[in-house]
Design a protein around this ligand. Structure first.
Ligand code: NAP
Length: 286
C-alpha cells in the first residue's frame, strides 16, 4: 500500500519548519507517513486540492498566500469548522471522510501556548496587539469577547481599521480599540498582555518594536517571532523580570492541533518541540 501522505502547501514553502516537526510526530507514534513540501501557485490550488485524495494525501497544512483561497475552496467543495469560517482562512485541511474539511489552528495554537507556556489566561484581561495583519487577525478573532479590552496598533492604519471592522461583525465592537502612535503609550499602560504581531524581530539585528520604557511591571509579553531563539523585545522584558516568550509555542501547538485533527491521536508535544528547536538551530536564526 502507498505510504500515507501529509504535507504543507504554500508559495513558497521551502523554508517551512513543519516537515521536521510533523515528521518527528509521525515517527514517534509509529505512523507510516511522509510529510512533504508542495509549492503550489495560487491558480493551481483548485486542481491540486481536487487531486489530493488520489495522491493518497490525507492532510495538509496551508500557508501564505493560499489560506484565503483554501477557505473559498472548502466553502464550495467541502466544509469549514466554525473557527476557520469566522476567520475566513484555512491553515489545515483533512481529506478523510466524505468531503474535505478546513480548519484553522493558528488561534487555538496561540491560545494553548499562551496558557501553557506563558501562564496567562486572557479572560477579563486587557490585551494589546502590535500589528493587525494575518497573525493578529487569527489571534484577535480567537480571543473573541474573552478579554475585557483589545487594543490594536498597526503602522498601517487601514489594516487596523479592517481588523476592527471584521471583529465587529462577530463580537462586541466596543471591546476592540484602535490606537494611533500617540495613544500607544496609554493603551499599553492599561494592558496586561502585549503581543508582538509584527515581523520586527525576525532578523537578529532588529530592534524591539516597543521602546523598553513603555513596558511596565506585571505586563506579560508574547512575541510571535519564532525564527529566533530570542528577540530584543523578549530580552528587554526579561531584564525587567517580566514573563515573556517568543512564538515557538504557537508554532508548535498550531502544528500539534493539526496533527490531532488529522490522526485523532494526542500529539507528542515534547518530540515535536525538540524537532522544531533543532530545525531553528540549523537555520541559524535566518
Ligand atoms: P503581516 O500580515 O505582514 O502583518 C504585520 C503587520 O504589522 C503589517 O500590517 C505591518 O505594517 C505592521 N507593522 C510592521 N512593523 C510595525 C511596527 N513597528 N509597529 C506597528 N505595526 C507594524 O504579518 P503576519 O503574517 O501577521 O506575521 C506577523 C508576525 O507574526 C511575523 O513575525 C510572523 O513570523 C509571526 N507569526 C508567528 C506565528 C507563530 O506560529 N509563532 C504564526 C504566524 C505569524 P506594514 O505592512 O505597513 O509594514
Amino acid at each position: 500500500m502507498t505510504k500515507q501522505r501529509y504535507g504543507i502547501i504554500g508559495h513558497p514553502v521551502a523554508h517551512s519548519l513543519s516537515p521536521a516537526m510533523q515528521g518527528a510526530a509521525f515517527k514517534a507514534l509509529g505512523i507510516d507517513a511522509e510529510y512533504l513540501l508542495y509549492d503550489v501557485e495560487p491558480d493551481k490550488l483548485e486542481g491540486f486540492l481536487d487531486d489530493a485524495p488520489k495522491k493518497n494525501i490525507l492532510g495538509l497544512n496551508v500557508t501564505i498566500p493560499l489560506k484565503i483561497a483554501a477557505k473559498d475552496y472548502l466553502e464550495r467543495k467541502g466544509q469549514l469548522d466554525e473557527n476557520a469560517r469566522r476567520l475566513g482562512a484555512v491553515n489545515t485541511i483533512k481529506f478523510t471522510g466524505e468531503t474535505p474539511s478546513g480548519h484553522n489552528t493558528d488561534g487555538p495554537g496561540f491560545y494553548r501556548s499562551l496558557v501553557k507556556d506563558l501562564n496567562f489566561e486572557p479572560e477579563g484581561k486587557s490585551v494589546f496587539s502590535l500589528g493587525a495583519g494575518g497573525a493578529a487577525r487569527a489571534i484577535v478573532m480567537y480571543l473573541a469577547n474573552g478579554p475585557r479590552a483589545i487594543y490594536v496598533f498597526d503602522s498601517d492604519g487601514e489594516k487596523a481599521g479592517a481588523l476592527q471592522k471584521y471583529y465587529k461583525k462577530y463580537y462586541d465592537g466596543r471591546k476592540l480599540v484602535i490606537t494611533d502612535r500617540d495613544g500607544l503609550k496609554e493603551a499599553l499602560s492599561k494592558s496586561d498582555l502585549l503581543v508582538n504581531a509584527t515581523p520586527v524581530g525576525m532578523r537578529e539585528a532588529d530592534p524591539s518594536p516597543v521602546a523598553k520604557e513603555l513596558l511596565h511591571p506585571g505586563l506579560y509579553v508574547y512575541d510571535l517571532v519564532y525564527n529566533q531563539l530570542s528577540t530584543r523585545l523578549v530580552k528587554d522584558a526579561n531584564s525587567m523580570k517580566l514573563h515573556a516568550i517568543t512564538g515557538l509555542g504557537m508554532l508548535l501547538y498550531q502544528g500539534a492541533i493539526a496533527f490531532e485533527i488529522w490522526t485523532g491521536k494526542s500529539a507528542p508535544i515534547s518530540v515535536m518541540k525538540k524537532a522544531l528547536r533543532e530545525e531553528i538551530g540549523k537555520k541559524d536564526g535566518s
